[in-house]
Design a protein. Sequence first.
Length: 699
Amino acid sequence: MLDLWVNIDIERGPRDECHRQWSSFTGSGPRKRLCNSSLLRRLSHHRHHHQQQLPTLLYSVSLPDMVLSDLGRRINTAFQDLSKVPTVDAASIDQLLKSVCNALIEADVNVKLVANLRSQVKSQVTALLNDKANANWSDAQRRQRVQKAVFDHLVALVDPLHGQTKTDDESGAVVASGNAGPGDIFKPKKGKPNVIMFVGLQGSGKTTSCTKLALYYQKRGFKTGLVCADTFRAGAFDQLKQNASKINVPFYGSYTETDPVAISAAGVASFKQNRFEVIIVDTSGRHKQEQELFDEMREIDAAVTPDLTIMVLDANIGQAAEAQSRAFKEAAGYGAIIVTKLDGHAKGGGAISAVAATKTPIMFIGTGEHAADLEPFRAQPFISKLLGMGDITGLMDKMEEMQMNGGQERQQEMLKKIGEGGVFSIRDWREQLSNIMGMGPLSKIAGMIPGMGQMLSGAGGDDEAAGGKMKRMMFITDAMTAEELDSDGRLFYVPIRSKKPPVADTKEVAIAESSTAAEKSKKKKKPQPKVRMTARARRVARGSGTSVKEVEEFLMQYRMVGKMINRFGGKDGWLKQMQGGAGGKGKMPTPGMLPPGMSREQVMQMQNALPPEIKAQLRQPGGREKLMQQIQSGNMPEGLAGLAGGGMGGLGGLANMFGGAGGGAGGMPDMSQLMSQMGGMGGMMNMMKGMMGGGAPPR
Ligand SMILES: Nc1nc2c(ncn2[C@@H]2O[C@H](COP(=O)(O)OP(=O)(O)OP(=O)(O)O)[C@@H](O)[C@H]2O)c(=O)[nH]1
């Protein structure tokens, strides 16, 4: 909590002066933003006293914590401010960096780290922008490069593996830095005992996180057990017992044994004997780091010889995080971090600093008190989500989990239908929506879907509001006839001044949502026929208790998803063409199969502009698959990254599928472009993979 001590000396004097000082606090500008309601209440209260002739007033004002989402919002605003300046020059870059760095410091990120970030980004972008080879970059391109540099450095802040690539043992695919997940940090071996020991301060969320991790591995088919070695806190064993029983995980502990080392050794030995594969040891905490605690940790460590030690860090820890995490590192030598309570009002910056200080990766984040509220951590998607650009990998994880709990069959059926050239109908979208609704708290899920978060945040942003919005979408489908549900939604539109349904291609443009610059200029040249909703839409709105606007929004969302699924995953989908599949063996996409958001000219331009090494790679047998794999893993080849960054709009167009929705709803066109630079193409494929049951794109 940042305390702001404000001294206001209101001298005895005319009431006007009091009003002047009062309005200097409540007036517009940055100061107003700092004033929370409690401040206003206090001021108001004291003002009341002042009117009773109080000579001097001293205010102690507690500012509201800048929660992590505020940090994202502020960085986003700084990006948007940069898009408003006429030229991207040293002054505008300085302004952007100042805003970003202030936000980071207020979120408790270590000052030294922030200073490093500032100077590194500054020197990187200055070199880029001053490079003669880049002299012909447009302002939009310069802006994108600056934003990308900030994004990359934010990723580096939370990613100690930054700059390294790791190979996924199972698939052999290269995991790009920033995309490394829990499996890259630690992969328990099947059929063998894998001991995981937890350490951390009291109340950091150790016991809760032990339970969450036990559930995580149990769901993934590991025989999992929990050992309670916390003999320090009364009730710790009961808590673990209760948690373990809820998730049906066997546990070990004792009400009488007071030696934590003896309990942990006996517990691990017992589970090993019974062929348990993941054995999680919960140790005790203390209010602060103490020698006694560290000695105990070392002894337990020697007794159970863990394969992995995890430190649990409360996201609220603030600036103390660095010293504490260093001390724990020395004593326990942990190999991974779980940051808890990121769902609440934590600033999170302290935890981020701990990662950098100890060069230890975050493996999971805790996002609630329930056993399922554990999210695998990946640096790049985390930053992407923080900045409101969605978290496709997080969504994939959720989808995978959903499949583990059944529901795969229906997804496969849909995949098969689309693969055979069938239409992704409103009924299919309804099914996807109900799946999404079943995946967990909606405000969390919505943030993972690019565009959707913004749409739902308009509805209030919390679970209740998001749930309400989704439910209304379901009501809309409930009010549709079978014919409408099985359709592609066209029958809800007619062109204005004509009763005839519009022809396929014109309508497609008329209700297109994309907001790419290229399309905007296209629209200028050729005015698009306007369409209006048919009487069906009014009937559905009435029948569902919603409005025609909501029905229109629903159809818009459906069309975006439908377009993506049909164009990417359909019989002659772009994805298949790129893979040399059914559509056109070994060819680049034909103009008839344009990726969403791209014109024929853009595709041709993109093909021509491909760097020779990429063209050569595509000509080689298996080269296309390799390239796809590379892009899919987020590891954009240099040449392609340059293209996307170069404002070709090509690869960017892919991301605009959803990014466009964000742009439309949130008015942040630059975000969709930025998203494309983050490997939008890989992201979209992953999205497809998730949406279509995890099996669509081959590796
Ligand atoms: N909102 C939220 N609460 C959490 C999270 N993780 C833990 N908690 C809560 O934090 C409190 C402390 O959690 P515990 O798991 O008991 O903490 P501990 O580190 O085991 O504490 P000791 O056993 O005393 O060392 C509990 O009320 C948990 O429900 C999280 O990710 N989000």
